[in-house]
Design a protein around this ligand. Structure first.
Ligand code: TEU
Length: 544
């Protein structure tokens, strides 16, 4: 058995971390939903792909009002995914294959089915049990208006009114997400204590890290002020507040109490790079997702500025940057890059925007070589290595995302990037579950036969083989991973940088082919080279 404490303490600084959405990865028991036994059966695939760690979206008992981000018990596994023993086996087996495990911790809110919230509802207004949450009387003559004008991230108000045992309307409670995800009161010591124990619970079971969900939202201004009609309030009543940092310092102390570098990875959405870096000070989190990069359009200048801003923000705190192209919340990369608007923005995410998948795929291949060459660690979302597009034609009655449901369909939601993985065969379920099993929980497109792992294996032109080759090289190249870069002057529309004297990456976003800088040999290209010229939307790694 591999020993998590016997290894490199800096593993996370240059790691490639693969995000597993357990519901959609592999379905071993044939109920239409992925499970931990399914993941275990595919560990060989992940090993062969060449990733260093796996981050699992929540696998805890949950009513699945928000795909498991509504947690009813932080110390167990939902029966639909398996058992706690399965999780322990999975963590150990992955480690034996050289892959660490990162679990997802959801501290901002719990499920409405969590014992704390059930107790709070039952205990009634003014009870100590309600102090763990944000219960308030409503405004208006009869309390019929929510206590503040805050919006839910999923649409509608961020408050839900309770019903008293006699059927009359009661207090309201805060939910920044779905009404079945009540926000916790982080000013309460029991809330803090509980989460530190949850961290220990998973570190004790061999988790090498935790991904901290909605990390910038936990604390609230107790005065609960309304949001102004225009502009961003400073300080904001519930986003990126200064008192958050003290929480993460105590979490860091918990993590540092374990051998083998257990890490905290923040899901921090904040546009200000300096504010972002504050979460990464040496006694806080280790890394955080680079959403600026994920949102960045396919444009040489914008990308270069994003890289520079990222590196400059991380430098003073000594944290490595991360590079992320997509995840379970956003439009799949090949679809996004094939559109006229190539950036990502929750506010403008729309149904049926035309996309050129061939172009998007070409760019996604080039982007893969860019991200894997930049200094720091990389997050790879399941299916990205297969070049899966967003599934945009999921029938309305099959959609499950509260973001879709709470906006009456105005927002397409996130189901389209959560469709079960295609492994093999020529029609659904493409090896996701056993033949004759239940239909996958979300329908898979009929035209994914060419996108399965099986179809792509051994095809040198496939996305999967590009990722395998790039990850193989990344492991061998001492210059890749953590470190710095030096830009090379390659003309407008071209990004070119050196990692050390012998390795360079060049990415052409100009509409015409460009001459490659001086080099000894190409190591890997995202598309065919044209002699010593690099075609548009193509990247190459060079031995210099
Ligand atoms: O997301 C939090 C988050 O702020 C966004 O990604 C969110 O989807 C967006 O702001 C909507 O406007 C995390 C998880 O990644 C997401 O899947 C969960 O739904 C959410 O937290 C609630 O737990």
């Amino acid at each position: 058995m591999a020993d998590i404490s016997a290894t490199d303490d800096a593993w996370w600084r240059g790691a490639v971390i693969y995000q597993v959405y357990p519901r959609s990865f592999a379905d071993a028991d044939g109920d239409g939903t992925g499970d931990l036994a399914g993941v275990r059966s595919r560990l060989g695939y992940l090993r062969e792909l060449g990733v260093d760690a796996l981050w699992f979206n929540p696998w805890y008992p949950s009513p699945m009002a928000d795909g498991g981000y509504d947690v009813a018990d932080y110390r167990d596994v939902d029966p639909m995914f398996g058992t706690l023993a399965d999780a322990e086996k999975l963590i150990a087996e992955a480690l034996d294959l050289g892959m660490r495990t990162i679990v997802d911790i959801v501290p901002n809110h719990v499920s409405a089915e969590h014992p704390w919230f059930r107790e709070a509802l039952a205990a009634g207004p003014g009870s100590p049990a309600r102090e763990l949450f944000w219960f308030r009387p409503g405004r208006g003559a009869h309390g019929e208006l929510p206590p503040t004008n805050w919006p839910s991230q999923f649409g509608g108000p961020a408050w839900t009114r309770t019903t008293e045992p006699d059927g009359s309307p009661g207090e309201w409670y805060l939910n920044l997400f779905d009404s079945r995800q009540p926000d916790l009161n982080w000013a309460h010591p029991a809330v803090r204590r509980e989460h530190e124990e949850v961290l220990r619970f998973w570190f004790d079971r061999g988790a090498a890290g935790v991904r901290v969900d909605s990390a910038a939202l936990l604390t609230k201004d107790p005065a609960l002020p309304d949001l102004p009609a225009r502009g961003e309030p400073d300080p904001h009543p519930y986003v990126d507040r200064d008192d958050l940092h003290e929480i993460y310092r105590s979490w860091r102390a918990v993590a540092d109490g374990y051998p083998g570098a257990r890490i905290l990875v923040g899901e921090v959405w904040t546009p200000d790079p300096e504010r972002f870096a504050r979460y990464l000070r040496p006694d806080e989190m280790h890394t955080a997702f680079n959403f600026g990069f994920l949102c960045c359009p396919w444009d040489a200048e914008r990308l270069r500025t994003c890289v520079d801003t990222t590196l400059a923000a991380h430098r003073p705190v000594g944290a490595p940057a991360t590079w992320v192209l997509c995840n379970h919340d956003v439009t799949r990369t090949v679809t996004r890059y094939g559109r006229a608007e190539t950036g990502f923005d929750f506010a403008t995410k729309a149904h049926g925007v035309p996309t050129d998948l061939a172009l998007g795929t070409r760019r996604a291949r080039a982007a893969a070589l860019l991200t894997l060459a930049l200094p720091g660690s990389v997050y790879l979302y399941q299916g990205e290595e297969l070049g899966l597009p967003e599934a945009e034609d999921i029938p309305a009655d099959r959609r499950q995302d509260p973001m879709y449901l709470r906006t009456g369909g105005a927002d397409p939601g996130r189901d389209g990037c959560r469709v079960p993985m295609p492994w093999s065969g020529t029609r659904p379920p493409y090896g996701f579950g056993p033949e004759g099993g239940a239909e996958p929980w979300l329908p898979q497109p009929d035209d994914w036969a060419g996108r399965t792992a099986e179809a792509q294996s051994g095809d040198p032109d496939s996305m999967l083989e590009l990722y395998r080759a790039a990850l193989r090289l990344r492991r061998r190249e001492p210059a890749l991973g953590d470190g710095t870069l030096t830009w090379l002057d390659a003309g407008p529309g071209v990004l070119a940088f050196r990692r050390d004297a012998s390795f360079a990456c060049v990415l052409n976003l100009a509409p015409h082919a460009v001459r490659l800088p001086e080099h000894r040999a190409p190591l890997l290209a995202s598309g065919a080279l044209d002699g010593d010229r690099l075609p548009p939307d193509t990247a190459v790694w060079l031995r210099t």
